[in-house]
Design a protein around this ligand. Structure first.
Ligand code: GLN
Ligand code: ZN
Length: 766
């Protein structure tokens, strides 16, 4: 009876680690306090898994910040600017790399594959002196052992580590990261030897990069690395864990050919072709760790269906060689359903968070071994059936409308340049019009009002009054600053979470549910709480019309209506798994379309539909990009295909690496796009320099809102001039990189003042 968990959330069921970290960083508690919270969390997780009957329990999947940074520490690959002097890496150096310190900024952070988790990117050059500088993997193994739990220590594999790194400054173009393999392998050997000495019998190497599009040289690196490790690994059972997608047949061939390896972990949820690969060819005598329980979503497993998949696989790989596992680390799902007090029992019966998934894995393993827990399986079957037939899930009218969208195309009838002319007649804007992205700073007062309203301490009337006053303040300020297209500041929506623009809309749409503690780590101590889309999506009533028209009534200048786009709502939610993602996206698009049209009817002439997360939804494999971009861009166009030529549709996107999808962005056919630009050395502008034609309005951010620094008028004018060198004067907009909700008024006022001054200065010269 064999069950395995790839990895487990570290934050704790009530984000205990987050609060312990932040209190330690604020110097409100000691290192000892932090260590104690961390040790308690690890111990409860190990005991929970062993109590549930899991055979292969992971260790070293805990982290104070990030598992890739832990590997950087293990290898002693600290960039020189942190002045680390050797020895075991302590909190100071570790958290300086993660978060920066008074004199040195943090290392770069980037998305972990296509998840919402962010890792700290190793910076490696030819001069790095590797040394064994963090014994965390061995310490955690021993710690678990002392608690009576025999674990499988988990390391990020050497090849994935290098492939996820970036070349250090100065050698960006010339350096081959894989050339470092012979230098890091000796450190891995030291770690492996210590683990063996400590009594480990299994070891797990996470090599998720094996699912990417790799060339033969990269694949060859896996072969070389494990051949080199073979003698050190002898005596251990070695699991190579892959996840997040199918392997190409070349990658699969490489994987099953690796020397010294006894087991392969495969993601059977995202990897839809993987079972076929296994059935065609699986090495005799090796173990298959079959990831059938989804680590990236919150749905209860369909146990009957998983069991039949597992039985078919067992027939191929042999009895006792099949281990039931999760599709990837449970890091990417919520922690424990037990703490959900507000979800009703019906919806709860459809869900499984990390703690419940552990139980599912074990139940499947038992069933496979002939000890099926009939009661557990039948209640699971009942929940699956109720989810399929519940009237809360299905809305025939919505399904019909979304079906009708498939295979057809939706775009505005008039081309963009004619539309811009019509809009200009109505809006009468100066050249280089100025605007902002939507949110304004969150004051203490505003937070108090929202908190008290949520806690029923103030009446709805008082709440509305307070929000209106806030909007009035923001409108007056923008008029004083002489901004051309105004925003209402989003005081009703922003609560400093990355995805509150999603939560705000989800709360008003049918088909969404919300958790109280369904947090998922995003980076470091930061977590997000994605809404759950469980049913067909519809919009019972207008969501933003009241606020936008209230704001418009306060000014003669155009007021932008502010919406979150369908792709972003989809990508920042837990999405239903009983229909394709694009179908859910089309449904959301139709709901947003209703809102857009109601805003237009209410006299809002400029409407911004944010698609901050469109880029990050791009699938891992290039072969899947075109399909995703097609339905994502189509969904966006559906939202506004019905508006008049004179209604100006804006969109906004965060992050700057758009160059590969610029044609899809153009195909969104928005009238104006505002886009992050200032942190990226004008990477964005290079596309236009290279000749891509852009005819719609475009506002590449003129200053970085992530920093408290106030940009000068000259600096902004300089930026705009650089843009004017590659873009037509009449399409350029002047705006910051993103919303202003994380900034203070002391920063925002002078910054916007300088921004408007720069625009005005340039207008006189053009
Ligand atoms: N309109 C949103 C804001 O200004 C956009 C947020 C985002 O891009 N993530 O806050
Ligand atoms: Zn943004």
């Amino acid at each position: 009876m064999a069950s395995h968990i790839v990895g487990y959330p570290r934050m704790g069921p009530k984000r205990e680690l987050k609060f312990a970290l932040e209190s330690f960083w604020d110097k409100k508690s000691s290192a000892e306090d932090l260590k104690k919270v961390a040790a308690d969390l690890r111990s409860s997780i190990w005991k929970q898994m062993s109590g549930a009957g899991i055979k292969y329990i992971p260790s070293n999947t805990f982290s104070y910040y990030d598992q890739v940074l832990d590997t950087t520490s293990m290898l002693g690959a600290v960039p020189p600017r942190y002045n680390w002097t050797g020895g075991e890496i302590g909190y100071d150096t570790y958290f300086s790399m993660a978060r920066g310190n008074a004199s040195v900024p943090a290392m770069e952070m980037t998305k972990w594959f296509d998840t919402n988790y962010h890792f700290i990117v190793p910076e490696l050059g030819p001069d790095v002196k590797f040394s064994y500088a963090s014994h965390k993997a061995v310490d955690e193994f021993k710690e678990a052992k002392a608690l009576g739990v025999d674990t499988v220590p988990v390391l990020i594999g050497p090849v994935s580590y290098l492939l996820l790194s970036k070349p250090a400054k100065g050698v960006e173009k010339t350096f081959s990261l894989l050339s470092l393999l012979p230098k890091i392998i000796p450190i891995y050997k030291e770690v492996i030897s210590e683990l063996k000495a400590a009594g480990a019998s299994w070891i797990q190497f996470d090599e998720p990069t094996l699912v990417l599009d790799l060339d033969s040289q990269q694949l060859q690196a896996f072969t070389a690395a494990y051949a080199d490790l073979e003698s050190t690994l002898s005596g251990l059972n070695v699991l190579i864990e892959t996840y997040f997608a199918d392997l190409t047949s070349e990658a699969y061939k490489t994987l099953i050919g690796l020397k010294g390896v006894t087991a392969y972990g495969l993601d059977l949820v995202r990897g839809t072709q993987t079972t076929d690969l296994v059935k065609k060819d699986f090495p005799k005598g090796k173990y298959l760790f079959a990831g059938v329980v989804d680590g990236r979503n919150i749905w209860a497993n369909d146990l009957a269906s998983s069991l039949s998949t597992l039985q078919a696989l067992e027939a191929v790989v042999g009895k006792d060689k099949l281990v039931v596992s999760t599709s990837c680390s449970l890091l990417h799902t919520a922690v424990d359903l037990v703490n959900e007090t507000k979800l009703d029992d019906e919806i709860k019966s459809w869900l499984a968070f990390a703690a419940q998934k552990v139980v599912e894995v074990n139940a499947l393993a038992k069933a496979l071994a002939g000890q099926k827990d009939e009661a557990f399986f039948s209640s699971n079957a009942a929940a699956q059936a109720s989810r399929k037939s519940s009237p809360r899930v299905t809305n025939a009218a919505v399904q019909k409308a979304a079906d009708a969208l498939k295979g057809s195309d939706h775009r505005r009838a008039t081309n963009v340049s004619a539309r811009l002319d019509a809009q200009q007649k109505k809006l009468n804007l100066p050249i280089l019009p100025t605007t902002t992205i939507g949110s304004f700073p969150q004051t203490v007062e505003l937070r108090r009002v929202r908190r008290e309203f949520k806690a029923n301490k103030i009446s709805e009337d008082d709440y509305v009054k307070a929000i209106k006053e806030e909007i009035k303040k923001v409108v007056n300020l923008q008029e004083e600053l002489d901004i051309d297209v105004l925003v209402h500041g989003e005081p009703e929506a922003s609560i400093l979470q990355r995805n509150d623009m999603v939560e705000y809309f989800g709360e008003q749409l049918s088909g969404f549910a919300f958790t109280v503690n369904g947090w998922v780590q995003s980076y470091g101590s930061r977590c997000v709480k994605p809404p759950i889309i469980y049913g067909d999506v519809s919009r019972p009533k207008a969501m933003t019309v009241f606020w936008s028209s209230t704001a418009q009534s306060m000014t003669k200048r155009p007021m932008k209506g502010m919406l979150t786009g369908p792709v972003t709502i989809l990508n920042w939610s837990f999405v239903r798994n009983d229909q394709p993602r694009f179908e859910t996206c089309y449904q959301i698009a139709l709901a947003i379309k209703d809102e857009v049209e109601d805003l237009e009817k209410a006299g809002i002439n400029v409407i911004q539909i944010d698609e901050a997360a469109l880029r990050e939804g791009l699938p891992l494999r290039k072969s899947e990009h075109a399909f995703y971009l097609k339905w994502a861009v189509h969904s966006f166009r559906i939202t506004n295909c019905g508006v008049k030529d004179t209604t100006q549709i804006h969109t906004h996107m965060c992050y700057s690496n758009f160059n590969d999808i610029i044609h899809s962005i153009i195909d969104m056919d928005a009238d104006v796009i505002t886009i992050e630009n200032s942190r990226s050395d004008e990477k964005l502008l290079s596309v236009f320099r290279e000749g891509v034609k852009y005819g719609a309005g475009i506002g590449p951010g003129v200053y970085d809102i992530h920093s408290p620094r106030i940009p000068s008028t000259e600096e902004i004018a300089d930026r705009i001039n650089k843009m004017l060198a590659v873009l037509e004067t009449n399409i350029l907009w002047v705006n910051p990189d993103c919303g202003l909700k994380t900034r203070k008024y002391e920063e925002v006022k002078p910054a916007l003042n300088n921004m408007v001054a720069a625009a005005k200065q340039l207008r006189t010269k053009l």
